[in-house]
Design a protein around this ligand. Structure first.
Ligand code: NZQ
Ligand code: ZN
Length: 413
C-alpha cells in the first residue's frame, strides 16, 4: 500500500427533505450572505430552488442568485459570478444542481479573492491559494463534485475544457436529498452512473499494485451502482436505489476509492480516459461527459489491459464474477483447442470489458464515437487538445503517446 494523504472535509447532510435544511446547515457555518448558483431551469421547474431559498430566508441568510449554468460549464458565466459575488460581498457560494453548477460555484469561489483572470488557474498560469467556501445542494449523482477536489470548466473561445485540482475545491457542505433526483431524465441518470463507475475505475487502474482494502471498496462501489442502475431505469422514484447511487457517486470521487493506489507523488489514478473524454466535450459541448466516458473507457481498456493483466483479472472476478477457465478444474469437453493460461486470462479480461460496455449500452449510453457525432476527421483536433492538457506522454497504468490516443479513438469510431 503506497503512502497517501486523504482529506475529505465535507459535511454530508443526507436524506429525505435534506434540502429544506440547507438554511440551518449553512447558518451553522456562520455564513450570512451567499451567492446561489443554478443551471438552466430544472431546479426552478422542480421547486428545488424555491425550497432552498425559503430555507435560507428562514435561517436569516441573505442571498443573490446566478442562474443559467449550462452542462460543460463555460468560463464567461464564472466571470459574471465573480463580479456578482464581489459586489454582494458574499461569505460563500451555494450550488443547487449537478457537476456543472457545482464546478461553476467552485470556480467563482477561486476567482473572488484573485485579482487577475480566473482562467489563469485552468491554463496553469497561476495556482490558487485562497477561495471562498462552497456548499452544494446536489440534484444529480454523477460528477462527485460535491466532495471532490476538482473543478472542470470550458473555454469556448479557446476550444478547451480544463480542470483544476486543489483541496480548496472541496465543498464545506453537501446537501444530499435523493428525492431531488426522481426528476432526472433517463439519459442523465445513465450518464451519471457511467461517470461514477469511471471515477472508481480511473483509480483502480492506476498501475499500482493491489491494495485489498481499497480494491474491495472500489469493486463494492461499482457493484452497488450496477445493482441500483436497472432499478432506477425501471422506477425513477425508487428511493433506496436513488439513495444508493447518490452515495456511490460521492464515495467514487472523494478520494476514498484510491487510498494507497496513488502513484507516489502524484494524483490517485490514471485519468487518461477523463482526459480523452474532456476533449470530446470540449470539441462538441453538447456531448454529455458520462456518455463520452461510456465509449472511451472500454476502448482504452482493450488497448492497455496487457500492461497489468492481474489488475484486470481482479476487476473481472470482483465485479463480474468472471474467472479464467482452468483446464484442471473446468469441463472443457467440446473445446478442441488447447487453452493456455495466457489465452484463458485474455478471454476472461475481454469478457469483463464486454460486460462492462454492454452494461453502459443497456442504460442507453452510446457504444461508438459515431453515435456522438464524432468522425475520423475530428481526431486530429482531439489530439491537439490532448497535447495541451496532457502533454505528449501521459497515463500511469500505461504510458501512452498521442499516437496511442489516436489508435484508441480510432478503435471506438
Ligand atoms: O441545467 P439544468 O436545467 O439544471 O439541467 C441539468 C442538465 O441539463 C439536468 N439536471 C440536473 N439535475 C436534475 C436535472 N434535470 C432534472 N432533474 C434533476 N434533478 O441534468 C443535466 C446535466 O447536469 P450537469 O450538472 O451537467 O451533470 P453532471 O453532474 O454530470 O456534471 C457534468 C460536469 O461535471 C464535470 C463534467 O466534465 C461536466 O462538465 N465533472 C466534474 C468533476 C468534478 N468537479 O469533480 C469530475 C467529473 O469527472 C467531471 O469531469
Ligand atoms: Zn467524470
Amino acid at each position: 500500500m503506497n503512502d497517501f494523504n486523504f482529506y475529505s472535509p465535507t459535511r454530508f447532510v443526507f436524506g429525505r427533505g435534506a434540502c429544506d435544511r440547507t438554511g440551518e446547515t449553512l447558518a451553522a457555518q456562520g455564513w450570512k450572505r451567499v451567492l446561489v448558483v443554478y443551471g438552466q431551469g430544472s431546479v426552478v421547474r422542480t421547486g428545488t430552488l424555491e425550497r432552498v431559498l425559503s430555507s435560507l430566508d428562514a435561517a436569516g441568510i441573505a442571498h443573490a442568485e446566478l442562474g443559467g449554468v449550462r452542462p460543460n460549464p463555460e468560463v464567461a458565466l464564472v466571470r459574471e459570478g465573480i463580479a456578482e459575488a464581489r459586489s454582494e460581498s458574499v461569505d460563500a457560494v451555494v450550488a443547487v444542481g449537478g457537476g456543472s453548477v457545482i464546478d461553476t460555484a467552485k470556480a467563482i469561489a477561486l476567482g473572488v479573492p484573485y485579482e487577475d483572470d480566473v482562467w489563469d488557474f485552468f491554463c496553469k498560469r497561476a495556482t490558487a491559494t485562497r477561495a471562498l467556501p462552497v456548499a452544494a445542494v446536489l440534484t444529480i449523482p454523477a460528477s462527485g463534485s460535491e466532495a471532490s477536489d476538482s473543478c472542470v470548466i470550458s473555454n469556448d473561445e479557446l476550444g478547451m475544457k480544463c480542470g483544476v485540482n486543489t483541496d480548496l475545491n472541496r465543498p464545506a457542505v453537501a446537501i444530499m436529498d435523493p428525492e431531488l433526483t426522481f426528476t432526472l431524465p433517463a439519459y442523465q441518470t445513465a450518464a451519471g452512473i457511467t461517470d461514477m463507475i469511471s471515477h472508481v475505475m480511473e483509480r483502480f487502474f492506476s498501475g499500482q499494485p493491489s491494495v485489498p482494502v481499497t480494491d474491495y471498496i472500489a469493486c463494492g462501489l461499482i457493484r452497488a451502482a450496477m445493482e441500483a442502475a436497472p432499478r432506477v431505469m425501471e422506477d425513477p422514484r425508487d428511493y433506496d436505489a436513488r439513495a444508493s447511487l447518490m452515495w456511490v457517486g460521492t464515495l467514487a470521487h472523494n478520494g476514498l476509492a484510491g487510498c494507497g493506489l496513488n502513484v507516489p507523488g502524484a494524483r490517485d489514478g490514471d485519468w487518461t480516459c477523463h482526459g480523452m473524454e474532456h476533449e470530446l466535450s470540449a470539441l462538441d459541448t453538447s456531448i454529455t461527459h458520462g456518455a463520452g466516458l461510456a465509449v472511451v473507457f472500454p476502448a482504452w481498456m482493450r488497448y492497455v489491459w496487457g500492461e497489468h493483466p492481474e489488475r484486470f483479472l481482479t476487476f473481472a472476478e470482483e465485479v463480474f464474477g468472471i474467472e479464467p477457465v482452468d483446464p484442471e478444474v473446468d469441463d472443457l469437453s467440446g473445446i478442441d483447442e488447447d487453452i493456455t493460461p495466457e489465452r484463458a486470462a485474455a478471454d476472461a479480461v475481454e469478457a469483463a470489458i464486454d460486460e462492462l460496455q454492454d452494461f453502459f449500452v443497456s442504460l442507453g449510453m452510446p457504444r461508438t464515437l459515431g453515435e456522438l457525432g464524432i468522425t475520423e476527421g475530428d481526431i486530429d483536433r482531439l489530439l491537439e487538445g490532448l497535447k495541451v492538457t496532457r502533454g505528449e506522454r501521459f497515463g500511469t497504468f500505461a504510458t501512452l503517446t498521442l499516437e496511442d490516443a489516436r489508435a484508441i479513438y480510432t478503435s471506438a469510431l
